[in-house]
Design a protein around this ligand. Structure first.
Ligand code: ACO
Length: 406
């Protein structure tokens, strides 16, 4: 092929100057007032409040209110917000038909993504995204229905009938009951199980412009239906480099199998010719201990102790892996510390949540962050459709050749 008929670089000159930043390493895509992260210091604040204080003192719906509206609710506000959310927990009966269309062994993330996306067909009023009241109702519906859908996906995967929500229960207790009750036997979660779930949900509720939240914002920037935008966020979360890491950590610990194998896997993770990475290690923003991992690590002891699971061999294995990695030059030099997902899977497992539901748990909690960002973006007068540029590396302009001449 001869030289390009058109000098591509001249097209770029005409288009103006723009940056090339793969993975958005140093590009801010928006202004936000929701979450602050200092990756060097290991600081995470929701609306200014340290994650350590919220995780130990607040309820999940209290944090949801904070993320959505910017302030902690007064008692009366919290009670009416809880009532409002609980009023929307039911699903349209026709959604059951849709869920039943999935093969029994479909991954629950696939079902969650499909069913949440299909809500856009049930709630046409959300299409008028220009009306703030409609936007707010869509946000409430999403927070309320996502646990019901998640639990229904689980029930479908194990061939059990769906358990309907009980709106007199708290958010996390209601969710655990929908997961584990059957028509023959009710289920009342222990206080420690409910507390652990509340904590994990708070820690996962938001994390500023991560891949899934940016996906929700990008999808929403075109004015798309909010349920479709959240389905897009669920798709992005699923990958093992993001929310899928909690499932991948457990798979990895099971593969390592025994403390004596840890050094071998550390060497594998360091080998650039081996695709193996230490799952649950490293973070794009944290170059210090992930503050959420610090909280989970402490609570993990307590939860396993109270659930009489303290001798859980996976926990021992995780601690050994952490100890060796944190003293290894490779991990120290690259500032690779355990992230939130290194320990969350162990707690979920102790609560009886199956492995393929771990990322679904993350999605249930992160829905609050996704809708908060979607609302913030839709309210922003500077919101424009997201439209990244590219550096074109293909051929220059050339003429079509008829088949006989190729
Ligand atoms: N194991 C071994 N080496 C690693 C790991 C790891 N888990 N993570 C990063 N590295 C190495 C990279 O190979 C690279 O080495 P090099 O400089 O010699 O080439 C260096 O550390 C920097 O890593 P990048 O991949 O450039 O970092 P990036 O910011 O792109 O990726 C990510 C961050 C995706 C989280 C990565 O650390 C990873 O894959 N971790 C494992 C998956 C995981 O735990 N994901 C959950 C993230 S947290 C969340 O979503 C809630």
């Amino acid at each position: 092929m001869g030289p390009p008929a058109v000098d591509i670089s001249s097209l770029y000159r005409e288009a103006g100057f723009f940056t090339y930043d793969p993975g958005f390493m140093s590009t801010a895509s928006c202004n936000s007032r929701i979450t602050y992260i200092d990756g060097e210091q290991g600081i995470l604040l929701y609306r200014g409040y340290p994650i350590e204080q919220l995780a130990t003192k607040a309820s999940f719906l209290e944090v949801a209110y904070l993320l959505l509206y910017g302030e902690l609710p007064a008692k009366k506000e919290l009670v009416s917000f809880e009532r409002l959310i609980m009023r929307h927990t039911m699903l349209n009966e026709n959604l059951k038909n849709f869920l039943n269309g999935f093969h029994y062994d479909a991954h629950p993330m696939a079902m969650l993504m499909g069913v949440v996306g299909s809500l856009s067909a049930f709630y046409h009023d959300s299409l008028s995204v220009n009306d703030p009241r409609h936007r707010e109702i869509a946000a409430h519906r999403l927070i309320a229905k996502i646990p019901t859908i998640a639990a229904a996906a689980y029930k479908h995967s194990i061939g059990e009938p769906i358990i309907y929500p009980r709106n007199d229960l708290r958010y996390c207790a209601n969710f655990l009951r929908m997961m584990f009750a059957t028509p023959c036997e009710d289920y009342k979660p222990t206080l420690i199980a409910e507390k652990a779930m509340n904590l994990l949900f708070i820690l996962h509720a938001d994390h500023e412009q991560n891949a899934s939240t940016s996906t929700v914002r990008l999808a929403g920037s075109s004015g798309a239906n909010p349920f479709a935008c959240i389905a897009a966020g669920i798709a992005s979360l699923w990958g093992p480099a993001h929310g899928g890491a909690n499932e991948a950590v457990l798979d990895m610990l099971l593969e390592i199998g025994d403390v004596s194998n840890v050094p071998k896997y550390i060497e594998k993770a360091k080998d650039k010719d081996d695709p193996f990475r230490l799952m649950g290690f490293g973070h794009r923003v944290y170059k210090n201990y992930d503050p959420r991992a610090k909280i989970i690590r402490e609570v993990c002891h307590q939860v396993l102790d109270e659930l009489a699971d303290i001798n859980n061999p996976l926990f021992e294995l995780a601690m050994k892996l952490e100890e060796i990695a944190l003293n290894d030059e490779y991990f120290v030099e690259r500032k690779l510390y355990p992230n939130v997902d290194f320990y969350s899977g162990i707690i979920y497992q102790a609560l009886g949540i199956p492995r393929n539901m771990f990322t679904v748990m993350f999605a249930v909690a992160r829905t609050v962050g996704w809708v908060s960002h979607w609302l913030e973006m839709m309210d922003d007068p500077n919101n424009r459709i997201g439209r990244p540029r590219q550096i074109y590396r293909g051929p220059g302009q050339r003429d079509y050749l008829p088949l006989s001449k190729r």
